[in-house]
Design a protein around this ligand. Sequence first.
Ligand SMILES: [Zn+2]
Length: 254
Amino acid sequence: MRKRVSILLLALSAILILSQAGFCPTSPEVPQVEVFFSPQDNCAREIISRIDDAKSSVYIAMYFFTSRPIAQALVKAKDRGVDVKVCLDKEQPAYEYSKSEYLRNKEINTRLVGGSGIMHHKFCVIDEHIVITGSYNWTARADLENDESLVVINSREIVKKFLKEFNQLWQGVKIDTYKYKDKTRMEKVPTQDVIKSFTQERKESIYIGHKGTKKFHRPNCRFGKRISEKNRITFSSRKEAINQGYIPCKVCKP
Ligand SMILES: [Zn+2]
């Protein structure tokens, strides 16, 4: 046993020495991972220092982006010749503190994306070998108030997957997410019970209307969920809502 351990250690140290010397292109890559938490770890500083170190590219898919210091770091990166691309959720310009306009004014390549749901990612790929991701949106609130996680992974293999996702968003070829909804997913669900409860839920599904705006939503729409008890009206079908003069929400498209 002891002999086996020492052989293993010898092999590991050989791999380490060779990989540090750059002689080991065929061995599987060992990702380097760092983890930070908000508010205690100053996550914004971690992000900015990596953007400041970027040499060739910074590709971002970020749901909420309101952080001025991070936006400024991106402008600095662009000014020194780094290729900066930012994907934001299509509804972001409507938010008061969104940096979408600032980025466009500073001529940062920015695209608004989103399919049937929201573009809820929070990731950033730097120089095609580092990915920064986690629950952390690029906002002051995430930095100073919230409990958030931020994971920094240095791995070309893992980054490849993030780049693929980024490119699909950037090129707008991921818009049609409807086709992944219910049917194909449910075929993969293992037990009949779950399928039964799902179909039951669908049958009973209700639409939520706002008595003031006369708009109606799917039950999972975040605008629908926000309607107060006072203004709330429910419908058992789409037809019922329309018959009562309600119009479908443009976001959840009921
Ligand atoms: Zn809605």
